[in-house]
Design a protein around this ligand. Structure first.
Ligand code: HAM
Length: 407
């Protein structure tokens, strides 16, 4: 038993899990770059107010899940529970809105939430998120949903796109009133958490996971029936764009999201296999203004990297591995061979163990090599190498010159 183990909910990522993790990262980054998003690297720590103000005081994230601690001067800091608040803070602080007519940014890195750990839920997890600032047209909503959908296609993961509109400053108050009235009528059927939530944050009751609450809110008023003209038009246009892009979606009237900053479009991409959300996002047209910036509409999403990795069926293919095995007094030559192969883009390892060919071939198998490159004294004299295919057993000699053109 090791003397020290990692903190509960904080995990090491290595081996095949890391191969999958990096395959997800590469795919997501590639698609974001094709859509001309630019990367920002943001701090892991912000003043706690950044999250309190943006995510919302009454949310589970702020109330229960933030890692908060004072610095030496007593200011409250927090480990970031998500990326949007930090991007908005940076967007305002560096006046990024002044540089371009609109701004498309992405970020990646660890996020921290004090949740109860379980499969696919950690206290330190990784997100890649993207945000479009300065566009109120639903074309931007369609672009972020399109990117999310393409990520799943590219990774060959079966999921469904769920979408809703939760309205704006104009129409949300009417909806909220109708919802609270409804919740008061059915309060007897709600769990204690929902009874507490019903006045503070009534929309959250709609996505409570407790079966009795789920049943009780089936007949609750739907946001879509309360949208103002502008929100309704926005939603309809978005659905038209999704049709044009050939993106299948389901409308989920109870989708409300756990962060307070959303307006109009909200969406989640849900794995049917595991019953978990892997990508989520939406529009947040008031957040920049609420955090002290010039009013700027915005929309974005974040990918849970661990969650997508869990759903990857196949291990990403690595390039074949060559193990160079020096026999006799040939180390200098073997080092040169390694470099030549690497210059040709091959993945090469020099065998560090000095023993017989047989022992070293066993070692090559243990290291899961695909080819053994045997360099004996004869090979050195002839400026050649022998390459053994460790899958078929076939062995062939190449002159170094010939090799450079052939391998
Ligand atoms: P979120 O729904 O809180 O949204 O998180 C986005 C994704 O992060 C989730 O769908 C999930 O894949 C992953 N995730 C969240 N919590 C955990 C956890 N404890 N363990 C593992 N994975 C987790 C946001 O964070 C928003 N900032 C998204 C956004 C960007 N909206 C607009 N722009």
């Amino acid at each position: 038993m090791a003397e020290f183990i990692s903190v509960r909910g904080f995990h090491d990522i290595f081996g095949e899990e890391l191969d999958k993790f990096n395959a997800v990262r590469r795919a997501v980054r590639r698609i974001l770059e094709l859509h001309n998003f630019e990367e920002v690297i943001l701090p892991v720590v912000e003043y706690a107010e950044v999250f309190q103000r943006s995510i919302g005081e009454a949310t589970d994230i702020v109330q229960k899940e933030m890692f908060v601690f004072p610095d030496k001067k007593g200011r409250l800091l927090a480990l970031r529970p998500e990326g949007t608040a930090g991007v908005v803070r940076a967007f305002i602080q560096h006046r990024l809105f002044a540089l371009k007519p609109y701004t498309k940014l992405f970020y990646e890195g660890p996020m921290f939430r004090y949740e109860r750990p379980q499969a696919g839920r950690y206290r330190q997890f990784h997100q890649i998120g993207a945000e479009v600032f300065g566009i109120s047209d639903p074309l931007a909503d369609a672009e972020v949903i399109n990117i999310s959908y393409k990520i799943l296609k590219e990774l060959n993961i079966d999921c469904s796109v769920e979408i809703n509109s939760i309205g704006c400053r104009v129409c949300r108050p009417n909806y909220r009133k109708a919802l609270v009235e409804y919740l008061n009528r059915i309060a007897g059927a709600l769990c204690q958490d929902c009874i507490d939530r019903k006045d503070r944050n009534p929309l959250r009751v709609l996505d409570c996971k407790v079966p009795t609450c789920k049943e009780a809110v089936k007949e609750a008023p739907k946001t879509l029936n309360f949208l103002c003209q502008d929100c309704e038009k926005h939603h309809k246009e978005l659905l038209d764009y999704l049709e044009s892009l050939g993106i299948p979606y389901v409308e989920n009237p109870n989708l409300v999201r756990g962060l307070d900053y959303y307006t109009k479009t909200v969406f989640e991409i849900v794995s049917q296999e595991l019953g978990i959300t892997v990508i989520a996002g939406g529009r947040y047209d008031y957040l920049v203004e609420e955090m002290g910036g010039v009013p700027t509409p915005a929309v974005g999403f974040a990918v849970g990297v661990e969650r997508l990795s869990m759903l990857l069926k196949e291990l990403p293919k690595k390039p074949p591995l060559y193990i160079v095995i020096p026999i006799g007094n040939t180390i200098g030559y073997a080092l040169k061979v390694c470099e030549l192969l690497r210059e040709r883009g091959k993945r090469v390892e020099l065998s560090y163990k000095r023993s017989s060919v047989k022992k070293q071939l066993e070692l090559a198998n243990k290291l899961k090599a695909d080819y053994a490159v045997i360099v004996g004294e004869d090979e050195m004299k002839e400026e050649s190498i022998s390459i053994k295919n460790l899958h078929t057993g076939e062995q062939k000699k190449y002159s170094l010159k010939g090799l450079l053109s052939e391998v």
